[in-house]
Write a protein that binds this ligand. Structure first.
Ligand code: ADP
Ligand code: MG
Length: 308
């Protein structure tokens, strides 16, 4: 395996589409570095430019300017080799209905020029839990099976990197969880992953690092943990024993009383939960229950999109 630090490295990528003689700037000076071995999320609303970038990686869309390297290989100077390094799982479930999973994988392996002896059809079908369906027509497969078959197809040439465009769009909850598990498993065995999503929950669940894009521009990129730390407001909820009045020294925490329930918000950068508990103890207010809530990626996302 060749030596490189970034599985994807893109610099100043621009893409303009023309629609009814109007310019659509799908990517504007887009930069990204995806570190080998990680799961990187491209997160953004519909129309942000995510698929455009994926399609540039797969040479399905031609960029107007900029430089893109896949596993250290420039896609402009060595497009054939760069295509061997990645497997792309498209968003649409476009599977030929009259092929069986085994036939489809064999066909795909043939397209990549993989000799019969080196093919991994059975192993891949097994890994993606499709062995029982190996000889079934694709049209008889469920949505979840089709999604897995597309992932299988992208893995035929043992790519160093797997790219998934909206892997769970329009997929129901239990299939979503199983697709997430496959992605994590593939990554744990050493394959770098890049996925696009407009589901915050998906990015939060899967990704080590996240780039948020909107209108073709990258708004921010950071580790998931740092992104979640951008919003430092926490909420704590107490169930109080007996009747109580809100102490004055809690005023700055926007206290809310609702029956036995006392809700307080605080900035974890300046206040510890212990400070609040100490105030309650000093006022002889005892609680039966305590629950704290962290902000999630949705809060970060809304804050950033608003700011930009
Ligand atoms: P995302 O995948 O984030 O939803 P896309 O990359 O598909 O966004 O689209 C980005 C923008 O480019 C959108 O405004 C979309 O309408 C436009 N676009 C994408 N592909 C084409 C195309 N082939 N022709 C014209 N406009 C396009
Ligand atoms: Mg898309």
């Amino acid at each position: 395996m060749s030596d490189y630090k970034y599985s994807i490295e893109a610099k100043n990528v621009n893409k303009i589409f023309y629609k009814n003689s109007k310019e659509i700037c799908a990517l504007k000076d887009f930069n990204i570095q995806i570190q080998k071995g990680t799961i990187h999320g491209l997160l953004g609303p519909n129309g942000a430019g995510k698929s455009t970038f994926i399609n540039i990686l797969g040479s399905l869309v031609k960029k107007n300017s900029g430089k893109v390297c896949i596993c250290g290989i420039d896609i402009d100077t060595n497009s054939k080799l760069s295509k061997f390094k990645i497997g792309i799982v498209p968003q649409e479930l476009n599977i030929d209905p009259f092929f069986t999973p085994a036939e489809l994988l064999e066909l795909q392996a043939g397209l990549y020029g993989i000799p019969k002896k080196k093919r991994r059809t059975e192993e891949i079908l097994d890994n993606l839990k499709l062995s029982d369906q190996r000889n079934a027509y694709a049209r008889t497969l469920s949505g979840g099976m089709r999604r897995r078959l597309l992932i299988a197809k992208a893995l035929v040439h043992s790519p160093e990197m797997l790219i998934l465009d909206e892997p769970t769009a329009g997929v129901d909850i239990d299939i979503r969880t199983s697709v997430w598990n496959y992605i994590k498993e593939i990554n744990s065995k050493g394959t770098t992953i890049c996925l696009t999503t407009h589901y915050l929950e998906e990015a939060e669940n899967l990704c080590d690092r996240i780039s948020i894009i909107n209108f073709g521009r990258k708004i921010i990129e950071d580790s998931k943990i740092n992104l979640l730390n951008i919003i430092s407001i926490k909420t704590v909820c107490f169930i109080i024993e007996g009747d109580f009045i809100i102490p004055n020294d809690l005023e700055e925490f926007q206290p809310k009383k609702d029956g036995k329930k006392l809700t307080i918000t605080y900035d974890k950068k300046t206040t510890n939960l212990k400070n609040i508990i100490d105030i309650l103890a000093k006022r002889k207010i005892n609680f039966q229950e305590i629950n704290t809530y962290e902000s999630d990626l949705e809060d970060v996302f809304l804050k950033l999109i608003k700011k930009n």
